[in-house]
Design a protein around this ligand. Structure first.
Ligand code: NAD
Length: 419
């Protein structure tokens, strides 16, 4: 029996990203501050991708399965793990099964592709959610091999989806077609722009809304530490979409979150390339000569644009620091106000300057876990109804961020000096 034949529900047209509910600075978002998960019926999840975002690594705090385990406790049943690398999938499952979360993974079946999974799905294994953390090159498009969302909505209509950023690496217009298809299908989708869930970010939104502020300018700075970025593909624009589309996407997304829609026709950009005197890096941990010269990534990208409101945005992305910590900051200016968000990845701090005061107030929220919030909010919406907790990044919203990142990359490529 086709799985879709036993799952029937009405189509719903959803708004784009849902509005933020009232910001509660005391909400407990850290995993160790949660009530223990209540017992109840199984919650079945299909996981796509056995890599770092879903199963964790030394690179950062991301690890979706760890948060699903803490949200759902023994109710979590991972019915399928889809990954063409059976060896990697089995390795992560072995580790899970050696720990106290055994019950969630002991019956997990590894499939090399979504089609293989669909051939075996039954009412007993029909999922409540699909968690997609495969590389973006295999999704967000309409062509075979890139059309995961189409296969998902065909095979598992209206099963809620979590999808990692960026939504694709392919043509921008296809990402919008996928967005429209998901909307028509009525799918509940949350995209992993987790910085939107930070309390400091929600505080910034609250200040902008409550004071009816019109953002005048946004200035984003994303200075990465490259010394330990040892995946050759990351340095190769033909394999990875490059640092703006893949990495600075989080800051382009925040810029849109605070400043509204961008007039893409206004995007201008310059880059510093590997062959220019100022573009020499001394500690690249891979052999860059293995990459075709035209595919080597820029060291610096500086972009400016106009928002539809008339406000001005700018982004500086740099592959420049050594060591491990990135230096990241986003400034938002409005009449009488400066909101400076510093280090949102590690130790988020918000510096607020208000009218009539030359001093900056400093805000910090301890124990904030935006990765847990995005997982928890989607599960709440699935279990208790949409709107119970805000979904802060819809697919359509994420597709617009994707379009902005490509506009920046393409604008910088148009102005490259020849070697
Ligand atoms: N929000 C964040 O802060 C954050 C952090 C890390 C990664 N990410 C995103 O998560 C995604 C995955 O990144 P990662 O670091 O886990 O990558 P990774 O390379 O560690 O893992 C990717 C996994 O997907 C598997 N895979 C390849 N093709 C597949 C397919 N067609 N179907 C299913 N699985 C497939 C690979 O075998 C691998 O196991 C990317 O979009 C990345 O940008 C987001």
């Amino acid at each position: 029996m086709r799985a879709s034949s036993f799952h029937v529900s009405a189509r719903v047209m959803r708004p784009a990203t849902q509005p933020t509910l009232a910001f509660d600075p005391h909400a407990k978002t850290a995993m160790d501050k949660q009530e223990p998960p209540a017992p109840g019926a199984d919650f079945r999840v299909v996981i796509v991708g056995a890599g770092n975002i879903n199963f964790g690594s030394d690179e950062g705090p991301w690890n979706h399965t760890f948060r699903l385990e803490h949200k759902l406790g023994p109710r979590l049943k991972v019915v399928a793990l889809i990954d063409p690398s059976a060896e990697r999938a089995k390795r992560v499952l072995r580790m899970k099964c050696q720990s106290f979360v055994l019950s969630a993974y002991k019956d997990t079946i590894v499939y090399p592709s979504f089609k293989d999974y669909m051939n075996s799905v039954t009412p007993e294994t029909y999922p409540h959610a699909v968690w997609v953390g495969s590389p973006p090159a295999y999704r967000g498009g309409t062509e075979p091999g890139r059309n995961l969302e189409m296969l998902l909505t065909d095979g598992l209509p209206r099963v809620p989806l979590f999808i990692e950023k960026p939504v694709s690496t392919g043509p921008v217009d296809q990402a919008f077609q996928v967005s429209e298809m998901l909307k028509q299908n009525g799918s509940l989708v949350s995209v992993g722009y987790m910085l939107r869930y930070l309390k400091v970010v929600q505080k910034m939104k609250q200040i902008l809304t409550e004071n009816n502020l019109k953002v005048m300018a946004i200035n984003a700075r994303y200075i990465m530490a490259y010394e330990h970025t040892a995946k050759l593909d990351w340095w190769d624009k033909s394999k990875n979409p490059g640092p703006i589309v893949e990495q600075a996407t989080h800051f382009c997304d925040l810029a849109r979150y605070f400043g509204g829609e961008v007039d893409l026709s206004t995007v201008m950009a310059h880059s510093l390339e590997y062959f220019e005197p100022a573009g020499q890096l001394s500690k690249i941990p891979v052999d860059e000569s293995l990459i075709e010269p035209e595919n080597r990534i820029p060291r610096i990208t500086c972009a400016t644009w106009k928002f539809q409101s008339g406000a001005v945005g700018s982004l500086t992305h740099a592959v420049a620091l050594q060591g491990t910590n990135y230096s990241t900051e986003i400034d938002v200016f409005a009449d009488g106000y400066s909101l400076r968000l510093i280090d949102p990845y590690n130790a988020p701090m918000l510096y607020i300057r208000r009218p009539g005061d030359d001093h900056e107030e400093v805000l910090r929220y301890n124990d904030d876990d935006p990765f847990f919030s995005e997982v928890s909010n989607l599960i709440d919406c699935i279990e208790h109804g949409e709107g119970t907790s805000p979904i802060l990044s819809s697919y359509e919203d994420a597709a617009k961020t994707y379009a902005l990142t490509w506009a920046i990359r393409e604008a910088s490529e148009r102005t490259v000096r020849k070697p």
